[in-house]
Design a protein. Structure first.
Length: 319
């Protein structure tokens, strides 16, 4: 099994060599593709040094060395990949030893599958980053609570089954040929990884690998986009707008579209002020009587309530 590891890089000079080394330590890694995304600092220079230092490292940039975002950078890296198996790694994350052990076995035994996902742990670069991340309610592992058959995975990721959790992009390995069945990454400012894996789960056959212990580590620091995404942000609205357009264009079933639309309504409610949120909730309940019974409504509302409570406690502590 030979794997192309694709790493989009933007202003990550202080992290990138550790990420590259963690990928090169895996015996299955045939190449590491760095896509430098127009960083305004010396990140490209650092990537070029790594290219000279390690034979398996290749560096690419967008035409004119412009910034196009993580999604388009991953697409370029996948396009340039020379091998059938693709693994994605963020520049501030790490692979752990044995990253592709389960994947190698599963792909050999089941040639019909398109991808294998695992669990991702956390590595804290700073105490402030740890506090911010824990405040968001994340556990010690980004994973699914139990193995999920491929045909159920879309519904599990949409939080309407008994399965809890998600899998992270950096714990996913998939065949390059799988992209002939699904859509590439889109630039959504944030959550482009979520949109990609939901579409991939719908279009392809993904199976669990190691989901009870980490195969990699998410680097948590003060500058992580996810920890600095404000509570009222519209990024999740844009995510579910994208997924709903996809569902309509692909002519998915009414059930698929309804579930995605419920997520969209919840995202709109969460990003609105109290009065607007009240009217949106009422309108959604009238137009879809099942809305308030939908698991995603209570799941997302509990998350929001917990985060607001943590924010209030922090404000009291600061006073």
């Amino acid at each position: 099994m030979q794997v192309s590891v694709v790493i989009p890089v933007y202003k990550a000079g202080k992290f990138i060599e550790s990420a590259v080394k963690s990928a090169l330590e895996q015996p299955e890694t045939a190449e590491v593709i760095l896509v430098e995304d127009g960083s305004p600092d010396d990140t490209l220079e650092i990537c070029r040094r790594l290219e000279k230092k390690y034979e398996k490292v290749k560096v690419f940039t967008h035409p004119g060395n412009i910034n196009k975002g993580a999604g388009q950078s991953r697409n370029l890296g996948i396009e340039k990949a020379s091998y059938e198996y693709i693994a994605l790694l963020d520049a501030d994350n790490l692979f752990l030893p044995g990253r592709f052990q389960a994947e190698r076995k599963l792909f050999a035994e089941r040639p019909d599958i398109d991808g294998v996902y695992g669990a991702l742990g956390f590595h804290y670069y700073s105490e402030e980053g740890r506090k911010k991340y824990e405040k968001l309610g994340y556990g010690k592992l980004t994973t699914l609570s139990r193995p999920v058959p491929p045909e159920e995975l879309f519904w599990a990721l949409m939080a309407i089954t008994d399965v809890k959790g998600q899998f992270a992009l950096d714990a996913l390995t998939f065949k390059k040929s799988a992209l002939e069945k699904t859509e590439p990454f889109e630039n959504l400012e944030l959550h482009d990884d979520t949109a990609f894996k939901i579409k991939l789960a719908f279009n392809c056959k993904l199976v669990p690998g190691v989901i009870d212990r980490p195969v990699g580590l998410r680097g948590v620091h003060d500058d992580n986009q996810i920890v600095n995404n404000p509570p009222g942000s519209k990024t999740r609205v844009r995510l579910y707008e994208n997924l709903y357009r996809w569902a309509v264009n692909k002519d998915l079933s009414p059930k698929h579209r309804r579930v995605i639309k419920n997520h969209l309504r919840v995202a709109e409610i969460k990003s609105s002020g109290k009065l607007k949120a009240f009217f949106l909730t009422a309108a959604s309940a009238v137009s879809s009587p099942m809305f308030l019974r939908h698991r995603v409504f209570f799941y997302r509302m509990r998350q929001t309530s917990a985060r607001r409570k943590n924010n209030r406690q922090d404000q009291k502590t600061e006073k």
